[in-house]
Design a protein around this ligand. Structure first.
Ligand code: FES
Length: 162
């Protein structure tokens, strides 16, 4: 990285509108990278500004940092990312965004019903327990009940008849 092409942390903060502390956080999470000068100061390449813009937009739509990092890790290390690289990255997020939109739509529709109800029941409220994948199989501990049935079935099959 050429020193003339590098930005100090203060310059990046000023141009991106992101606080220095947030830049340090992004770097600690592996979302952006710097090199150190002989005086141990951070220097960022100019494409870091675009990375930060992408991070901010992704955070605004609720993308987890781990997902953002995975996507940024697909960008080339050996050269400045091209428009095609950024287009590929945003296309890869389309499915994730559609899932989030579907989930939020379900939450919004459920909220209408729940405002009048207020029970927040773990058995039947999708707002209180939105990830209840086994909820349609009945209330209670479905995995435990299934394991118990299987255990009884095995014991019954191997137990000698009296
Ligand atoms: S609050 Fe009662 S079903 Fe959601």
């Amino acid at each position: 990285m050429s020193v003339a092409m590098e930005l100090s942390v203060g310059q990046v903060a000023e141009r991106s509108g992101v606080a220095v502390s947030a830049l340090h956080f992004y770097e600690a999470k592996g979302l952006i990278h710097s090199v150190r000068t002989a005086g141990n100061q951070r220097r960022y390449s100019r494409d870091t500004l675009r990375r930060i813009a992408v991070i901010r937009v992704a955070q605004r739509v609720g993308m987890p940092l781990a997902t953002i990092r995975e996507a940024l890790d697909t960008l080339p290390d050996s050269r400045v990312p091209t428009r095609a690289d950024w287009t590929r990255l945003s296309a890869a997020w389309k499915d994730e965004l559609e899932q989030r939109i579907a989930h939020l739509t379900l939450m919004r529709d459920t909220l209408d019903q729940c405002i009048g109800c207020g029970c927040l029941s773990l058995d039947r409220c999708r707002l209180a327990n939105p990830e209840d994948a086994l909820g349609d199989q009945g209330s209670g501990a479905q995995r435990w009940a299934t394991a118990l049935k299987q255990s009884r079935g095995r014991r019954g099959a191997t137990r000698p008849r009296e």
